[in-house]
Design a protein around this ligand. Structure first.
Ligand code: FMN
Length: 178
């Protein structure tokens, strides 16, 4: 297995979400599980101590407040061991063109020097938005690689389309795949 240097980190929210109704597992987490299967790499779940409301509008308000405050919400789980990790497959939703603030909490808390970040962004209407540029600006010592955007509705409606897009992206990015 050639991906021993790889960690998958995923922020993903279950509950009521845009156009997909109420889901038990977030769109990004479904992608993360498929990525773990393909890469044989572990998944670190980026979750906050407080969590986010199930209700979409309430979640919007909570998340907007965090963003306006440029908050770094505390993480629920201990940070992953980054020893020997040089590639980070980072899966997150597009929240107003930006990353959820909890993703910044995680990246602020690890050494990003020399880390190759592969952004995979779930969204519904504007793809990666500014997220890849935001990552590049915030973590200049990392290399932010070409990203992949996948619609949440595609994850929910066509697992096969999602899996094919993910497989293609990971192969093009140079990962060894099962
Ligand atoms: C707070 C919030 C803000 C969002 N902002 C955007 C946005 O600006 N652009 C977009 O395309 N989708 C936006 N969405 C939709 C999510 O990106 C989309 O539903 C995604 O699939 C959620 O992934 P998850 O289930 O892994 O959390 C937003 C969703 C939430 C909850």
């Amino acid at each position: 297995m050639g991906n021993a240097d790889t960690l998958i980190a995923c922020f993903s929210r279950s509950g009521e979400n845009y156009r997909v109704g109420t889901i038990e597992k977030g769109n990004g987490m479904i992608i993360a599980e498929e990525a773990a299967r393909l890469l044989g790499a572990p998944v670190y779940g980026i979750a906050t101590v407080e969590g986010y409301p199930e209700d979409y509008e309430e979640c919007n308000r909570a998340a907007r407040k965090e963003r306006e405050e440029n908050a770094r919400p505390a993480l629920r789980f201990p940070l992953p061991d980054m020893a020997g990790i040089s590639r980070l497959v980072l899966i997150y939703p597009n929240w107003w063109g930006d990353l959820p603030m909890a993703v910044y909490t995680m990246l602020d808390s690890i050494s990003t020097k020399g880390l190759c970040i592969y952004p995979i962004c779930t969204h519904e209407w504007n793809g990666l938005g500014m997220t890849d540029r935001m990552l590049g600006q915030a973590y200049p010592e990392a290399s932010v690689m070409k990203g992949l955007a996948i619609r949440g509705t595609v994850v929910q409606d066509s697992r096969q389309e999602m899996a094919e897009a993910l497989h293609r992206y990971l192969a093009e990015s140079g990962f060894s795949l099962d």
